[in-house]
Design a protein around this ligand. Structure first.
Ligand SMILES: N[C@@H](Cc1ccc(O)cc1)C(=O)O
Length: 422
């Protein structure tokens, strides 16, 4: 399998150093490669997915990926792609974030399995052991100030201002490459498009620090920045970022994110994010062209991604919730599914276990007045768990509560309200 060719056909390569050399290197050897992830939050988000999946692609082609968690660099803050100085987190916070991120990486990549199992490293291990004197004497000497100032990450910040802390970041990332090159024979670093400067700085350090001793063979490769046809930012919704942690973004929301992909984006996303073959993707492309209303490609994308990041069971739940919301048949859902599917609808906590429907509509702000509530019920505009209820005297009873905790009231075609009971 020609991995570079596959990546190119999928549009997954933004920049690389020495294409010919890298191609040959990958053809003739099992290559150890790495990608770093800084713990800037307690979870990765879908903006991190492309490089993570890239590691997996190399792994499937027989190479050996290292997923590096930036427990050390996360204490400093990468200025790449940022217009202002970062807020520093405490050591405990960075440590906690590092642990969660490592677990997420382990879920997607195969850690400790097989001959080319992925391995996890944390750069806190070596960066924290280095003394300032060694740093300045042994590493600092290889970095010219003009070279550093010319990097995008620094140059674009000169006016705004950049601290010595963030200015030094590229040297730390370079030290990681050096460490992994020397200790683990890692010869390729990959990253997002904004990492080009840091990756090439690392290659520079490898060459300079080895000067005269050996021929250094090492490469860098970046993945593209993901754009959307409508011009909005990928991975952000009105509700914020799409996280990989199911507690922060439920599998249902995650599924919805992908299923909402624009017809103009969906094929590119299938190539970028899934492991479907290009033939299969081209069949889906045909579907988008001939019967876009069926959204076959979007459904496939949502399925593949939900399985990949979560699991089969989470996918089934997401599909059940989507189907129930579509048909209005809420009764079939479990309490956990209700929580996921109705996370963003107006919620009312009922003190009373058995309220009158009429009072509930008013108290929960579903109908604007008692008169309106009567009218709504009378008109048949009110649904309890998907079933129309026109009884002006109805009392919410046990049969109206899902797992004794939730009742979903719908008013009109699609205005949903979640009532919670203690
Ligand atoms: N600087 C990278 C993360 C990283 C950290 C350490 C490395 O050695 C490599 C990459 C980022 O912010 O995305």
């Amino acid at each position: 399998m020609d991995i570079l060719k596959d990546l190119q056909q999928r549009g997954l390569i933004n920049q690389m150093t020495d294409e010919e050399g890298l191609k040959k290197h990958l053809e003739t050897e099992q290559v150890t490669l790495y990608c770093g992830f800084d713990p800037t939050a307690d979870s990765l988000h879908i903006g991190h997915l492309l490089p993570v999946l890239m590691l997996k692609r190399f792994q499937q082609a027989g190479h050996r990926p290292i997923a590096l968690v930036g427990g050390g660099t996360g204490m400093i803050g990468d200025p790449s792609g940022r217009s202002s100085e970062r807020q520093l987190n405490s050591a405990e916070v960075v440590h906690g974030y590092s642990e969660s991120i490592k677990e997420q990486l382990a879920r997607i990549l195969n850690f400790d399995e097989g001959e080319n199992a992925a391995v996890a490293r944390n750069n806190h291990e070596w960066l924290s052991q280095m003394t300032i004197i060694d740093f300045l004497r042994d590493t600092g000497k290889h970095f010219g100030i003009n070279y550093m100032l010319a990097k995008d990450s620094v140059e674009s910040r000169i006016e705004q201002g950049i601290s010595y802390t963030e200015f030094s970041y590229m040297i730390l990332q370079s030290l990681d490459f050096q460490q992994l090159y020397q200790k683990e024979n890692c010869t390729l670093q990959i990253g997002g498009s904004d990492q080009w400067g840091n990756i090439t700085a690392g290659l520079e350090l490898l060459r300079r620090s080895a000067a005269g001793e050996e021929e250094v063979e090492a490469y860098g490769l970046t993945v593209p920045l993901i754009t959307k046809a409508d011009g909005s930012k990928f991975g952000k919704t009105a509700g914020g970022a799409i996280w990989l942690d199911p507690e922060k973004t439920s599998p249902y929301e995650f599924y919805q994110f992908w299923i909402n992909a624009d017809d103009r984006d969906v094929i590119r996303f299938l190539k970028y994010f899934t492991f479907l073959s290009l033939e299969e993707i081209s069949e889906l492309e045909n579907e988008v062209e001939t019967q876009p209303e069926k959204r076959v490609a979007q459904r496939r994308l949502a399925e593949e991604m939900t399985k990949l990041v979560h699991d089969e069971e989470a996918l089934k739940q997401a599909e059940r919730i989507s189907a129930a919301l579509f048909s209005g048949d809420i009764k079939s859902l479990s309490g956990a599914e209700i929580e996921q599917g109705f996370k963003d609808v107006p919620t009312y906590k009922s003190e009373e276990k058995e309220p009158q429907l009429l009072d509930l509509l008013v108290n929960a702000g579903i109908s604007s007045s008692k008169r309106q509530a009567r009218e709504d019920i009378g008109n048949g505009a009110v649904y309890i768990n998907g079933e129309r209820n026109q009884d002006l005297k109805h009392t919410i009873g046990e049969e109206d509560r899902i797992e004794d905790r939730f009742t979903i009231i719908r008013r009109g075609k699609k205005k949903y309200f979640l009532v919670k009971f203690q």
